[in-house]
Design a protein around this ligand. Structure first.
Ligand SMILES: [Zn+2]
Length: 525
C-alpha cells in the first residue's frame, strides 16, 4: 500500500534483537522502514510517540487462527495485541490437505479450532490462496500438520497402510511447494499420536529439503517430558531441520520443578548442532480438547468407534486402567485434577463454564469425562497444570519465544487468545521484572521470525518490512480471567502492518492488510 508514509516520532525504539531502547524517529515509506534515528524524508504523516515504546510487530509463533480469518468480519484480536504475523497450523492440526473423507473426520475432531468456519476438502495451496484472498487482519505463515497428512493418507487407523508413508511425503512436498514454512506435529492427538519416530523423521526430511522448521507439540509434557524432548531432538537431528518445541511447560504434579531440565536439553541440542528453541504462553494453565485426557487409543478406527468404546463399561474400564498407568502416550488424565479442568466448549451449553469436578457432582469424574467426550468429541477445556516457578524459569530463557496457542476469538476461550502479548509485557516485565523490555521484545519478535525464516521481519532497522507495534510501557497489559477472558487490551497504541496503520489509538482501523507469507522459492534448497 503506498500512501504518504509515516513518521513515528519521539518514541523509545527497540530493535528486536535485544538491544536497549533509545529515543529515535522511525520513517516508513512504501512498506519499509527507511530511516531510524536519521534524517527522514519530507512529507510523512507524523505520529507522536513520546513516552511510548516502538518495537517490531510481534510474531506469534504458535497460533491456531487457521480458519478464523476466513470469516466475513475481519478478526483483529491479534493485531490489537501488537501481533503482525501469526504462525498457524500448529500441533499437527491443519485444515489442508483434506479430502472429502478426512475433512469429515476433521470436522468432528477439530471443529473447536475452526471458529464456525466450515471444514471442507482443500489442497494446501487452495487453502493458502483462500486465506490470501480473504485478506487476513494480520499476516499468516503456514505450517503443514503431520496429523492432517496422516488423516488424509491413512484415516484414523493406528498402523500405516501400504503406500501411506509415500502419500504423506508427497502431500507434504506439495504443501512446501505451496509455501508452507514448516512441519508441525501434535503427538498427543489422534492420529498424530499413532506415529513412531521413524515416521516423523521421514516427514521432517521433506521439511528439511525445503528449508522448513519442525515444530512439535511433544508426546508428553509431564512426567515423561525428557523422553519426549529426546525424541524431538532426535527427529530434528536425523532429518536436519531446525526444531521448535511448542508451548514449553512442565505439566502436572510429577513434572513440577523440572523446567530447568527442559532448558538444559534445549541448550545441549544446540551444542550438538541442532538449531533448537521453543515458545511459551505466559500463563499457568493450558487449553486443549477434553479428549486429550484420554489415552489416544480411544479414537482408533474413527469417531463412531470412539463413541462406542466410551459407552461400553468394559472398554471404559480398560481405558481407565491405561490412563492411570500414566505412561508416555497414555493421555493427560494423571496430570489433571478434575477441579482444575474447566469446560470452555461443549455441545451442551449447560456444562460450559463449569469444572469437570462440578459436572461430575457425586459421580466418578472418569465416568463424567467419558460421557462428555462421547457427547462431543471436540469438547474444549482450560487446564491448570503448571507451576508459576516453572513458568518463570522457562520465560527467563533466551531460547524460548512467545506463542499464544490461541483458539477462535469467540466464547469462553483461554484469555491468551486476546491478551497473551500485553500480559507478557505488563505482568512479567513491568510488574514482576522477570524480563527486561528488550528481552521480552526480542522473544516476541526476532526470535520467532528467525526460526520460521520470516525474512525482513521481526526487527526494527532500516530496510526491514514496516511491521511495528507502538505501546505504552506504563499501562500495557490484559486483565482477562478464566471466566471473563475477552476484555480489552491496555496500552497497545498503534500497529503498523507492511506500512499500513492498522491499529490507531488502540482501535482497529478496518484495513485488512495481512497476507500469507509463503516460503520463498518453489524448488528445494
Ligand atoms: Zn499443542
Amino acid at each position: 500500500m503506498t500512501g504518504p508514509g509515516l513518521l513515528l516520532q519521539g518514541g523509545t525504539v527497540f530493535d528486536g534483537l535485544g538491544g536497549p531502547g533509545r529515543v529515535a524517529d522511525v520513517a516508513v515509506v512504501d512498506g519499509r522502514m527507511v530511516a531510524v534515528g536519521t534524517d527522514p524524508p519530507a512529507g510523512l504523516r507524523r505520529i507522536g510517540c513520546d513516552g511510548l515504546a516502538v518495537a517490531p510487530g510481534f510474531v506469534d509463533t504458535h497460533a491456531h487462527s487457521d480458519l478464523v480469518h476466513l470469516l466475513e468480519e475481519p478478526q483483529p484480536f491479534k493485531l490489537l495485541q501488537g501481533v503482525t504475523t501469526e504462525v498457524v497450523g500448529n500441533c499437527g492440526l491443519t485444515f489442508a490437505p483434506l479430502d472429502p473423507a478426512s475433512a469429515e473426520v476433521a470436522s468432528t475432531l477439530w471443529s473447536s479450532l475452526a471458529g464456525g468456519v466450515p471444514i471442507g476438502p482443500a489442497s494446501f495451496g487452495e487453502l493458502a490462496d483462500r486465506l490470501d484472498r480473504a485478506g487476513p487482519a494480520n499476516n499468516l505463515a503456514l505450517l503443514v500438520g503431520h496429523g492432517t497428512l496422516r488423516l488424509t493418507a491413512n484415516g484414523l487407523e493406528e498402523r500405516l497402510r501400504p503406500g501411506a508413508a509415500e502419500r504423506m511425503a508427497a502431500l507434504a512436498a506439495e504443501a512446501f511447494r505451496a509455501g508452507a514454512v514448516g512441519l508441525s506435529s501434535g503427538l498427543i492427538y489422534v492420529p498424530g499420536s499413532y506415529a513412531d519416530t521413524a515416521e516423523l523423521v521421514a516427514l521432517a526430511r521433506v521439511a528439511a529439503t525445503y528449508g522448513g522448521v519442525y515444530a512439535t507439540h511433544m508426546r508428553d509434557e509431564g512426567a515423561h517430558l525428557e523422553t519426549a524432548l529426546e525424541e524431538a531432538v532426535t527427529i530434528a537431528a536425523t532429518a536436519g531441520t531446525r526444531l521448535q518445541v511448542s508451548h514449553c511447560k512442565a505439566a502436572g504434579r510429577a513434572a513440577h520443578g523440572t523446567a530447568g531440565r527442559l532448558l538444559e536439553r534445549l541448550a545441549a541440542a544446540r551444542l550438538d548442532g541442532v538449531d533448537a528453541q521453543g515458545d511459551q504462553y505466559p500463563y499457568d494453565a493450558g487449553a486443549t480438547v477434553l479428549s486429550a485426557l484420554l489415552p489416544p487409543a480411544v479414537a482408533a478406527g474413527g469417531t463412531e468407534a470412539m463413541r462406542a468404546r466410551l459407552r461400553d463399561p468394559a472398554a471404559r474400564a480398560a481405558l481407565r486402567a491405561q490412563a492411570e498407568r500414566g505412561g508416555i502416550g497414555d493421555g493427560a488424565w494423571v496430570e489433571a485434577d478434575p477441579a482444575d479442568v474447566l469446560l470452555t466448549g461443549h455441545r451442551d451449553p449447560g456444562v460450559v463454564g463449569r469444572t469437570l469436578a462440578e459436572v461430575a457432582g457425586g459421580r466418578d469424574p472418569w465416568d463424567a469425562l467419558c460421557d462428555l467426550v462421547a457427547a462431543d468429541p471436540a469438547a474444549a477445556i482450560v487446564l491448570r497444570i503448571m507451576r508459576e516457578d516453572d513458568v518463570r524459569a522457562i520465560m527467563a530463557s533466551p531460547l524460548v519465544g512467545v506463542g499464544s496457542d490461541n483458539g477462535p476469538p469467540t466464547g469462553l476461550e483461554h484469555p491468551r487468545t486476546w491478551g497473551c502479548f500485553p500480559r507478557l509485557l505488563g505482568r512479567y516485565v513491568r510488574e514482576l521484572g522477570v524480563l527486561t523490555w528488550e528481552q521480552a521484545i526480542r522473544k516476541a519478535t526476532w526470535l520467532g521470525a528467525r526460526q520460521f525464516r520470516l525474512d525482513g521481519r521481526g526487527l526494527l532497522a532500516e530496510g526491514a518490512v514496516a511491521d511495528l507495534c507502538v505501546f505504552d510501557p506504563a499501562s500495557v497489559g490484559h486483565d482477562g480471567t478464566w471466566l471473563d477472558p475477552d476484555v480489552p487490551v491496555r496500552g497497545i497504541e498503534h500497529v503498523v502492518l507492511g506500512g499500513d496503520l492498522v491499529v490507531e489509538h488502540g482501535r482497529f482501523t478496518g484495513r485488512r492488510s495481512g497476507r500469507v507469507l509463503r516460503r520463498q522459492g518453489t524448488t528445494p534448497r
